[in-house]
Write a protein that binds this ligand. Structure first.
Ligand SMILES: [Fe+2]
Ligand SMILES: [Fe+2]
Length: 416
């Protein structure tokens, strides 16, 4: 279990530590690879292989920079892994301001040299160069990890000219002959080794993200999580907006509000590893399925802990299902362990979850939600946070908070 939000030492201010894009993206690739059927470390190894091929083939710096991010993010759009639309990865890449080259590389990853690929059936040099390298890099990794590097190379050569760009296949063969292809990429190398090599190649490692860029990345992550199941469409962003409203109503400092915003956006990141069969199930979950669901806050924490300046965000986000009375999960923490920031997100999460449709019930309206929240206040969730939520809703959702609700809210404030 380790540190809790209440015991976290806020000694080193998070904003003073810098974050690079690759640090964030490698954590995201780790998140994606927690999903069933994904190959651990695949994006990292594909990135290393692809960058070596591009360098050997004399690609420009701009091309290599785009390829780097495209390879780290390519599986964000992988339908088999995340159940997302194919163009998802590309749209996230453009949202992160990585440019059209990277987005094109992801969009055209499944095109084949002979025109037999998807989605456009492009042929030869019509396929963007970066996509051709990326396709080779992912093939090499899948075959070398699944079988071995010899088979990876043999199949690559076999499909040279049909699936793969023959000139680039020659580049791969030349690299392999010089022993300059596989460092960090074989089964004998750990994922940590691959990650360290990838981070050392980051074209922008000296460029640190500013607060707005970090916020945008957190928003993009939230979108990825929300897109996984249509029942959680806009869940993370909704929790974040509500949590920020509560934090503002409680007059938190701007840096603490920002922490709440980010932790709320990212709180369900661990859900990426839960299969949609469970998330979208309309009947009651079995005990085994429920055990899997209960792992998601811990996974959120593990993913976010990989970003050094996100330690507190990781802890706070990982506590969103903990309850003041110890009835929550995964660690059955109690009031003394849970910081105000963590309590704010817990309330925002309960509120959002009740208002959204779920596989087994329709979303509730405010007149149904408020009594439930009031019943939980003081026992499971923080009373001050519930009150702050009511005052936020009164000012920001006056139409929903009709006269009756506003009266109920006032009453709660005086009587609770
Ligand atoms: Fe959750
Ligand atoms: Fe949630």
């Amino acid at each position: 279990m380790g540190e809790t939000s209440a015991s976290f030492q806020k000694g080193s201010s998070e904003s003073e530590e810098s974050i690079s894009l690759s640090q964030v993206l490698s954590a995201l690739s780790f998140a994606i690879e927690l999903t069933d059927g994904a190959m651990h470390g695949h994006s990292l190894r594909s990135c290393l292989l692809g960058m070596r091929i591009a360098t050997e083939a004399g690609f420009s710096t701009e091309e290599k920079n785009s390829l780097y991010y495209a390879l780290l993010l390519k599986d964000v759009g992988n339908e088999e892994i995340l159940g997302l639309r194919c163009d998802r990865g590309a749209s996230i890449v453009s949202k992160l301001g990585m440019g059209s080259l990277a987005a094109d590389a992801i969009n055209n990853l499944e095109e084949h040299w002979d025109g037999s690929g998807t989605p456009y059936g492009l042929c030869g040099s019509e396929i963007p160069r970066l996509a051709r390298v990326a396709a080779i890099a992912q093939h090499l990794d899948m075959f070398s990890i699944g079988r071995n590097s010899r088979i990876a190379l043999e199949t690559l050569q076999e499909w040279s000219g049909s699936w793969f760009d023959p000139q680039l296949v020659d580049v791969v063969v030349a690299l392999d002959e010089r022993n300059a292809l596989w460092d960090g990429c074989s089964a004998s190398h750990s994922i940590e080794e691959a990650r360290a090599l990838v981070l050392s190649l980051d074209p922008h490692r000296r460029h640190h993200l500013d607060d707005d860029q970090i916020d945008r990345i957190c928003e993009a992550f939230a979108e990825i999580v929300d897109a996984k199941s249509h029942f959680t469409f806009r869940h993370s962003i909704g929790v974040a907006e509500t949590a920020r409203g509560i934090a503002e109503a409680l007059h938190l400092r701007p840096d603490r509000i920002r922490l709440v915003w980010r932790a709320a956006l990212l709180h369900d990141l661990g859900k990426l590893s839960i299969s949609n069969k469970i998330l979208d199930k309309t009947s009651k979950l079995t005990d085994a399925e429920w055990d899997i669901v209960k792992q998601h806050p811990g996974l959120t924490r593990r993913i976010l802990e990989q970003i050094a300046p996100f330690q507190e965000i990781a802890i706070v986000a990982g506590e969103h299902h903990e309850k003041l009375d110890g009835s929550g999960y995964p660690n059955r923490l109690t009031a003394k362990d849970l910081s105000l920031e963590s309590r704010i997100i817990a309330v925002a999460d309960v509120y959002s979850a009740l208002s959204e449709d779920r596989p087994y019930r329709a979303g509730l309206n405010l007149s149904q939600i408020l009594p439930i929240l009031n019943g939980l206040a003081g026992r499971q969730v923080d009373k001050d946070c519930v009150e702050a939520l009511l005052s936020y809703l009164t000012t920001h959702r006056p139409l929903e908070m009709d006269a009756q609700m506003a009266a109920a809210a006032r009453l709660t404030r005086f009587c609770a």
